[in-house]
Write a protein that binds this ligand. Structure first.
Ligand SMILES: [Zn+2]
Length: 416
């Protein structure tokens, strides 16, 4: 038995350390080229220096070539500490990149300067995904600093490019260094969660983003009969597309929400003035599909609906998929990683973890596609991508303890 209580005591004393780490991480702006930045180098170099202080057995920088980025590459890190037991080992994957702050007038403070208000810390990246790195790192540091032997081998992976497709992040790492990971390893991605820390995400919906181009004929608004109003046609089409909810109405209680969703989202500007009938209107629909449905099925249903509105309105309508991500095979709700997480949550908070499916978009899907069962989990208020993004210091402390349980293999085995 290791002395987890003394490890927990150490973690309880990490408040100042958490603030310091979060401040330094937030100040090192890690924006990828697709988000108007030059990459994650400064932040990753800082993380590298933190990992070095814990004397890893392996510390490997994986450089994904990207001409647009500083020095022509995007930095990824793989660090590993050997434990006493052969298997299973624990991997925790966090991402270094952030999304831009968006409209600065919506922020109450400078997004890149940490603001601490009691237990709340505010800044771009503090939750997404610095919370994940800081908690997994401090859980390990507490064990190593306590002088106790590390029971399981532990790997921390810090990837670039999570927010813009992962081509230079996890996908690159898996393409070139998949051998680090084995199917029996416990792979955790602390990049989504709920306030109670009970949501263990094991499955994702397929993603399909559709672009609709509605073309009519522009004319003066005082003589609408001389044109074909693409905006009116768009309105009809958006309402008609609600039929997708009825056609694909399966309910799967593993998921939240439990059905497929079809949400009209972005609308491109049409005419700059009020007195012109728009000849062209472009909008998008974000579809999240239960894995029971094929993406192609939904694509052809959308085209069918568009065709019927086209013949009804005499407008030309094109439907184009601009992004699709077919769902990866889910991690089993009974997989060892789910049981280990649920047991550790129980041990630390007394709460009951629950396997669930979500709308999609986490990097865990890339592991799952390679036959590596991964679970997404963290205790967080879910303020990612919002202005005034924040996280709570007690949540980071809780999650650091949960990671310590996982690293030492000490948790409740019976969580039913
Ligand atoms: Zn994230």
């Amino acid at each position: 038995m290791t002395d987890l209580i003394s490890v927990f005591d150490r973690i309880d004393g990490y408040r100042d350390e958490i603030i310091q780490l979060q401040r330094n991480l937030t100040a090192r702006v890690a924006l990828g080229p697709d988000n108007g930045g030059r990459g994650e180098h400064e932040k990753t170099a800082y993380i590298n220096s933190l990992l070095e202080t814990l004397k890893p057995d392996i510390l490997h920088e994986v450089k994904a070539p990207d001409k647009r980025a500083h020095n022509g590459y995007r930095p990824n890190l793989i660090a590993k500490w050997e434990g006493r037991q052969k298997a299973p080992m624990v991997w925790v994957l966090s991402h270094s990149d952030i999304v831009p702050p968006g409209d600065l007038s919506l922020w109450e403070t400078d997004p890149y300067e940490l603001m601490v208000d009691g237990d709340r810390i505010v800044g771009r990246g503090v939750e997404d995904n610095q919370h994940g790195f800081v908690s997994s790192y401090l859980g390990l540091k507490a064990i190593l600093d306590s002088g106790q032997p590390l029971k399981r081998s532990v790997g921390l992976v810090i990837v670039a490019d999570e927010e813009t497709g992962s081509d230079y992040g996890l996908r690159y790492v898996l393409r070139h260094h998949k051998a680090y990971f084995r199917p029996e390893d416990l792979i955790i991605v602390p990049d989504a969660g709920n306030e109670e820390g009970t949501m263990i995400e094991v499955a994702e919906k397929s993603m399909l983003w559709l672009k609709f181009v509605v073309t009519g004929r522009q004319c003066h608004a005082s003589t609408p009969h001389k044109g074909k109003n693409s905006l009116s046609g768009t309105a009809k089409l958006i309402l008609a597309l609600e039929e997708l909810n009825d056609r694909f109405d399966l309910i799967d209680p593993l998921f939240r929400p439990s059905q497929s969703t079809f949400a009209p989202t972005k609308s491109e500007g049409n005419v700059p003035n009020v007195n012109t009938i728009p000849g062209k209107n472009i909008f998008y629909v974000d579809c999240r599909l239960l894995p029971q449905y094929s993406v192609d099925e939904v694509l052809s249903a959308s085209r069918e609906i568009a065709a019927s509105i086209s013949s009804e309105t005499d407008l030309q309508i094109e439907v184009e998929p601009v992004h699709r991500q077919d769902a990866a095979p889910p991690t089993s709700p009974n997989a060892p990683v789910v049981e280990a997480l649920a047991g550790s949550i129980k041990r630390v908070t007394g709460r009951q973890g629950k396997a669930m499916g979500i709308g999609g978009g986490t990097v865990a899907a890339f592991f799952r596609k390679e036959g590596l069962p991964a679970a997404v989990w963290s205790t967080c208020p879910d303020s990612a991508h919002q202005p005034n993004e924040y996280c709570l210091i007690p949540d980071i402390i809780t999650d650091a303890k949960i990671f310590a349980c996982l690293y030492q293999g000490e948790y409740d085995r019976d969580t039913t």
